[in-house]
Write a protein that binds this ligand. Structure first.
Ligand SMILES: C[S@@+](CC[C@H](N)C(=O)[O-])C[C@H]1O[C@@H](n2cnc3c(N)ncnc32)[C@H](O)[C@@H]1O
Ligand code: SF4
Length: 453
């Protein structure tokens, strides 16, 4: 893997007038390696194979839920794996590997569309993530979109997101996406620094970001979101600030900034553990400061906070239904290898290798691997903890849906976070402050129900 020893990580803050207050697992004793970002609750480690029957049972139920329904479609192929990436993805796939995968997705869609709890329900949002879905050819993109629409008519789809990596964006693919009804492009830019790309095993370069962005803009997709990362190997305050400024010149509708996490199954983790190379990594407090400074910079430039990690030009127009609906208890069917779903209060995950994913589908069965059936109390905690990421939580929503006052229910932890300046609230809304924003996942973890702590 590529590493850098020549780019020391500067620790002075840029455009951060005040350092955020210390946190119990803050600088000094924060674990530097491992998972950080919380994307599901209860945590994956508690999902078990013997609970998969609970998923089959809710899917076979004749009762139709009134929740919003959405689809996540995973495409697990990339040109090469970035050193920090832990998502399910294979490098060096062939055209026929991708064809076989699309055929399996078609089978999975067909099986779902016939399940009693799903048949006839209308889909409101679709998300194509990866991996690198933009590796598909224009013909394959049409085939994939046609498959989804064959089983889940798109009449009521309000948002369809497609993840793109700059190198694989081409005009004919964009035309297929636009004509096929994709409304939101999520472009994985990460930074504007070729040396940082090189140091992290990232394939694209700055010139391809600009080429891809122009081509996307020419097709007038309603929303273009740029994904950035903070804390990459070789990054400094100055290079990161430069990336924010370059992003602002493109004027995307949305900007999302992820703090680098280094889970165990990544080449970067192994390089750090084995000390096989000198790796210059920013500690968590530096990542928090850079993220905080970047969010302030976006707000000063006219963006509004949509979540702890994302800012948009217009909160009304640039919503992100995929996230908002999930955090409010929507049913989400996750298709493809290793995808996870949430349906009628049951979380479950698909088989985690392509071979284990293909085999059951070829027998006409869903490729379920493990699951967790949530109690009503756990559903309430799940929605509250995930909604904290959206920066503003309505107290009335929880009173109405669960008969719970969240302030009473999650004190004294909430009181303590308020004392530290990370949260505030009034009668209607609980809000994460600018100081709390980069640490929201740590706050969430501290409020897990005792059985999940
Ligand atoms: C799974 S990627 C899919 C998009 C596309 N493959 C790409 O990399 O541009 C979605 C986003 O996750 C973020 N990401 C990936 N690995 C990460 C890590 N170790 N820590 C934090 N964010 C990460 C990146 O910002 C990336 O754009
Ligand atoms: S391109 Fe995206 S999905 Fe693929 S390895 Fe890199 S971060 Fe992971």
């Amino acid at each position: 893997m590529s590493t850098t020893a020549s780019n020391p990580i500067a620790t002075a803050t840029v455009a951060t007038p005040q350092a955020p207050p210390a946190f119990s697992c803050g600088s000094g004793d924060e674990q530097e390696l491992g998972k950080y970002f919380i994307c599901a609750y209860p945590p994956f480690g508690l999902w078990k194979p013997d609970a998969a029957d609970a998923a089959r049972s809710v899917l076979s139920s004749e009762a139709k839920s009134s929740e919003v329904l959405g689809l996540y479609v995973h495409f697990p192929f990339c040109v090469r794996r970035c050193d920090y990436c832990y998502y399910k993805s294979y490098a060096d796939s062939t055209h026929s590997d991708r064809e076989r995968y699309l055929d399996s997705l078609d089978r999975e869609l067909a099986l779902y569309s016939e399940m009693p709890a799903i048949a006839g329900r209308k889909v409101k949002f679709v998300y194509f993530g990866g991996g690198t879905p933009s590796l598909l050819t224009a013909d394959q993109i049409r085939k994939l979109l046609d498959s989804v629409k064959r089983y889940f008519p798109w009449g009521e789809v309000e948002e369809a997101t497609f993840e793109c990596a700059p190198d694989s964006v081409h005009p004919d693919k964009l035309d297929a996406l636009k004509l096929g009804g994709v409304t939101r492009i999520s472009l994985g830019v990460q930074q504007f620094d070729d040396r940082v790309f090189e140091a992290n095993g990232r394939v694209h370069r700055v010139h391809s970001i600009e080429r891809a962005y122009r081509a996307i803009r020419e097709r007038a997709f309603p929303t273009v979101n740029i994904d950035l990362m903070v804390g990459l190997v070789g990054e400094t305050d100055a290079t990161f600030q430069h990336s924010i400024e370059r992003t602002l010149t493109l004027e995307p509708e949305g900007v999302t900034i992820y703090q680098l996490e280094i889970p165990h199954n990544t080449p970067l983790y192994r390089a750090v553990q084995d000390r096989t190379a000198a790796v210059a990594l920013a500690p968590w407090d530096v990542k928090h400061q850079r993220l905080g400074a970047a969010m302030r910079c976006l707000v000063d430039s006219g963006y509004a906070l949509r979540s702890a990690y994302a800012a948009v030009r217009d909160l009304e127009r640039d919503q992100f239904l995929y996230q908002d609906a999930q955090y409010r208890g929507a049913d989400l069917l996750g298709l493809g290898v290793a995808s996870f779903s949430y349906f009628s209060g049951v979380h479950y995950q698909n088989a985690s290798t392509v071979d284990e994913y293909y085999a059951p589908l070829e027998r006409g069965e869903l490729p379920l691997e493990r699951a967790y059936a949530l109690t009503r109390e756990e559903q309430m905690a799940r929605e509250f903890l995930l909604q904290l990421k959206l920066v503003r939580v309505s107290r009335e929503y929880f009173r109405r849906k669960f008969g719970v006052d969240i302030i009473a229910r999650f004190s004294p932890a909430l009181q303590e976070f308020r004392r530290r300046g990370m949260l505030t609230w009034d009668d209607r809304t609980l809000s994460v402050t600018m100081a709390g924003l980069p640490r929201v996942d740590r706050m969430i973890r501290a409020m897990y129900l005792p059985a999940h702590a």
